[in-house]
Design a protein around this ligand. Structure first.
Ligand SMILES: Nc1ncnc2c1ncn2[C@@H]1O[C@H](COP(=O)(O)OP(=O)(O)OP(=O)(O)O)[C@@H](O)[C@H]1O
Ligand SMILES: [Mg+2]
Length: 118
């Protein structure tokens, strides 16, 4: 059963990308950033990956900000998952999966992959 409408998922996707790019700019001191957005062939799930090569972070430590916590809450509320992995001095990876996204009748599906400097 679909748990997220495509509009909700797309909106969330944009917010997550925005928040992750903010974080990379503000905290990571990265040289490179990799961003992958992928929809499965029939539009029933959405995968998002943001990987930087910056300073890394302590994922388990308490943080004052609301960005990551807010993202996780919104993803979970749509039935998805959000995973953060980080390596000291070697960057951070955020992976998001939003399952069972309801496809509109004729949706263009595809995936984009690229590497840009923050
Ligand atoms: N890509 C990253 N590289 C290194 N550290 C990060 C990265 N993303 C987040 N962090 C660390 O995790 C903390 C929590 O991030 P979060 O987005 O929740 O809050 P914030 O960015 O500090 O504030 P807010 O998002 O509320 O403006 C940050 O303060 C920073 O220390
Ligand atoms: Mg933030």
């Amino acid at each position: 059963m679909p748990v997220a409408s495509i509009n909700a998922a797309t909106f969330l996707e944009q917010r997550i990308v925005q928040e992750c790019l903010n974080n990379v700019t503000q905290h990571a001191h990265a040289k490179r950033l990799r961003l992958v957005l992928a929809r499965r062939q029939h539009g029933d799930s959405l995968r998002l990956l943001i990987r930087d090569d910056g300073v890394g972070m302590d994922v388990g430590a308490p943080h004052a900000g609301f960005g990551l916590a807010g993202m996780r809450e919104r993803v979970l509320s749509l039935g998805g998952s959000l995973q953060i992995r980080s390596w000291h001095g070697a960057g951070t990876r955020v992976r998001v999966l939003l399952p069972s996204v309801e496809p509109p009748a004729k949706m263009a599906v595809g995936s984009r992959q690229g590497s840009i400097r923050p």
